[in-house]
Ligand binder design. Structure first.
Ligand SMILES: [Zn+2]
Length: 491
């Protein structure tokens, strides 16, 4: 496997400096005498920390594209304290826990920028339909009938299990009963932006837009600054499920509460036509005109932004989340991702919900995002491997507003780290680590997941979700849904 270049971050340089000079400066003459040889330099005492994670290869996803052979990450109190060659890290630190890196790649955790986690329970419930038919005639009616806090608890636990299994460490969720979602995230140990969904139609837990907005605000008040891993935000559903006045009200509430918003944006041609007909403008221009982008905005999909809207997305610093599987499955179209990246738009990746995907495997999104642009442009050179891997890590973190704290292995960032196992036959041979991560890896290859310094999965064993219980409860709930749908369909 090839490596790009070896980069020593400041703490490692400091450690090397310390190793060279501290043995002389740090020992008194008496201590030196006691060792019996005053002229032999003594090694500095390694700093005691919580965790060291090794990798045969370390993929930092930092600015310089660092890939190190034989690398390690030092973690203390949830923060990355050093990144570098394993020999330097082990010389400078001893850790309570050490995760070996044989045949492992250590890299930042993946960022799923748009999902509806609890929809795992609706996986496969209605298939092969156009977006608006699927949403209006199947998903919305099924949700109003079946979705309650219990559904959301079990569905979100199932989703967290799957996301941890696949190396996702952060996700942006938009669903109902956000308090329940937050409680699940709190216990499973992941990091999440959790949207309080605002929608005009009757939805699980709320009667209309005003009711969902008021309840959303209460949720935001309860969870703001409660847990550093959980960021409550507003999730106005879209401009075809809310009118202008309602969208303006969400904008104002987000400004007042000082939170971001996540919203479906320019997802389908239906939405584009709806926007033109009802607002006289396409979606992005409409949102800009009503001042929505005064609030930090995460826009999901952006399949149909116009050539004038693309620079606007960059200028207004809208985080765009590309969901290739969902867009292909609902035949929504192909998002102009290359154009958006060229224009400086912040683009991340997402799975969307498991009812339109049908899984939460970010590796598949990485691969399909690359393939879709290549085939659309008839150019294999667009969207190279590193670009698309960046969208799932550092770029995704920037798109959702967490670029300063996660997305890369760099000193000072929160310790959201995964190990990908290269044991499986599909990694043999392995000439290029980045190429294999993008074009080969899938969710079954992730072996270790760490969020905020806490190990959530070790050697493929999920430590923070009771998987047997969740599996049994999910199957039981699904059986009830299936029976009810059968009765409904036979009428
Ligand atoms: Zn969605």
């Amino acid at each position: 496997m090839k490596t790009d270049r070896s980069v020593f971050c400041l703490p490692v340089l400091f450690t090397l400096f310390a190793l060279l000079f501290l043995p002389v400066a740090g020992f008194s003459e008496q201590e030196a005498m006691a060792t019996g040889n005053a002229s032999t330099p003594q090694p500095a005492i390694p700093q005691k920390i919580d965790l060291i994670i090794h990798g045969d290869y370390l993929v930092a996803m930092d600015n310089g594209g660092t890939v190190l052979e034989g690398g390690a990450v030092a973690v203390n109190e949830g923060v990355i304290v050093a990144v570098g060659k394993a020999a330097d890290i082990t010389a400078a630190f001893t850790a309570t826990q050490v995760l070996p890196g044989n045949n492992r790649v250590v890299m930042p955790g993946l960022v799923n920028g748009h999902t509806h986690a609890a929809m795992t329970l609706l996986r496969g419930v209605a298939e092969d339909l156009a977006l608006m038919d699927w949403l209006g005639n199947y998903i919305f009616p099924a949700e109003i009938k079946f979705v309650d806090a219990d559904f959301v608890r079990i569905g979100t636990q199932l989703a967290c299990w799957e996301m941890i299994r696949g190396g996702t460490t952060t996700f942006v969720d938009m669903y109902y009963y956000p308090d329940t979602i937050a409680e699940v995230v709190e216990s499973c140990g992941m990091r999440a932006l959790i949207s309080a969904t605002v929608i005009e139609r009757p939805s699980p837990g709320a009667d209309n837009a005003a009711d969902s907005l008021a309840k959303g605000l209460e949720f935001i008040k309860r969870w703001k600054d409660k847990n550093s891993r959980i960021t409550p935000i507003f999730g106005p559903h879209a401009n075809y499920t809310l009118n202008e006045a309602q969208l303006r009200a969400v904008r104002q509430a987000a400004i007042d509460a000082d939170v971001a918003i996540a919203i479906h944006m320019s997802e389908s041609l239906y939405e584009v036509e709806y926007s033109k007909k009802n607002y006289g403008r396409t979606s992005v221009e409409f949102f800009d005109d009503i001042g929505l982008f005064d609030v930090p905005t995460i826009g999901a999909h952006l399949v149909w932004p116009t050539d004038t809207e693309i620079p606007l997305l960059a200028e207004r610093r809208v985080g765009v989340i590309h969901n290739p599987t969902s867009n292909m499955k609902t035949a929504a179209g192909i998002a102009p991702v290359v154009k958006m990246l060229e224009a400086g738009v912040r683009v991340g990746l997402g799975t969307d919900g498991a009812a339109s995907n049908n899984d939460l495997d970010m590796w598949e999104e990485i691969r399909l995002a690359a393939f879709l642009q290549k085939v659309e442009r008839m150019d294999p050179q667009v969207m190279p491997a590193h670009t698309v891997l960046n969208m799932a890590t550092r770029g995704g973190a920037v798109a959702i507003g967490l670029g300063d704290s996660i997305g890369s292995l760099e000193t000072g960032k929160r310790a959201d780290i995964i190990q990908v196992s290269f044991d499986d036959v599909h990694f043999v041979p392995a000439y290029d680590v980045i190429s294999h991560l993008v074009y080969v890896a899938d969710e079954q290859d992730v072996s270790t997941v760490v969020v905020d310094g806490r190990i959530l999965m070790k050697d493929e064993e999920i430590l923070t979700v009771d998987t047997a219980r969740v599996s049994a409860q999910a199957k039981e709930l699904a059986a009830r849904i299936e029976k009810a749908l059968d009765t409904l369909n036979s009428k």
